[in-house]
Every structure is written in C-alpha cells, then in structure tokens.
Design a protein around this ligand. Sequence first.
Ligand SMILES: [Zn+2]
Length: 185
Amino acid sequence: MSTSETTTHDRGPCPCGNGTIIQHVTTQDNPWSSADSSYSIDCEECRNKWHRENEAPFFVLRSSETEHIAARQQEGAAYAAFDALSERLIADYFLSFPAKNKAREHAEMERLNLTSMTYRQYLAHRRSEESVASACDGRRNIDWILDQAAACGMQSKAAELLDRYEASKKLSSEAARRIERWRIA
Ligand SMILES: [Zn+2]
C-alpha cells in the first residue's frame, strides 16, 4: 500500500487579478514515482474563461481560440479543394507515364520533387493499395501543378484554388497569433 501527499502552492494572480493560480503537487510515498503537478484557478470568473491543455505552461482564453478554430476549418476545406484537383492532375500524369514500373514512377516523382517518400516507403505505400498520386504532394511543386492544369485548360481554376488556400493559411496563422495565453509563473 502506498500513501500520497498533496500540497498546494500559490503561483501568483489569475488573469483578472481577483484570484490566484494554485499548483497542486502530489508526491507518492515511494521511490519510483515522480511528483504529479496540476494547476487550478481559484477565481470563479477565470476558471470558466481560461483552460489549460495537457502539460502546457500556460492557460488559454477560450474566447480567443474561437476565431482560430474557425479559420483552421476554412484552411482545411480550402486545402482539400486544392488537393483534390492537384491529386487528379498527378494521377492523370502518371496514367500517361510510359513506364508502368514502381522504380521508374518513384524516380519520376523525385525528379519532379513531388514526394518525400523513399523508394522503400513508396513500395510499402503501393502494397497497401494506395494510389500513385497519394504518394505525392502537389504543394511541393506548385509551378508544375499549374503547368499540368494549363495543359488541360484548368489553369485559372487551379490558380483560384491555390489563392484561396494561401489566403486561408494566412488568416489562420494570423488568428493563431491572437490567441491569448496566461503564462504560469
Ligand atoms: Zn480571475
């Protein structure tokens, strides 16, 4: 049977200044367990407005995250739309690629800088029934993707999807910078 002891420590004021951040340290009475530490906010207002994720050394203001969460969703949707076109262009290219052999396909992907997979990874990828195109990421060679799109009359569509993706990425990183954090002292 083991026993534990929890001590609490005052770690400075809460964000609104009317309460305190409290650290709870639990020490097990045995040599193999390390001390567990958690934090709570002793303030009715701040306890609801702020939260701490995992072991982060700070609390986050919930309301300041809302915009970022929405922006990330927009970014995900814009990426999916660009990626669907990009994957189709890549798939078409490799359909008409003369060598139906995995080593040549992989060499071509590397020549075009479309994949980060090694040849071994590519073989494993194909063995698990994955497509040629899903081994590639069109964002690695945007110029080539736009050229492929131009060759089938889809250049403006590709450029539009790419612009939307770039703009959404920018908005999302701006929103990330507006997330308010309260560092635990
Ligand atoms: Zn407070």
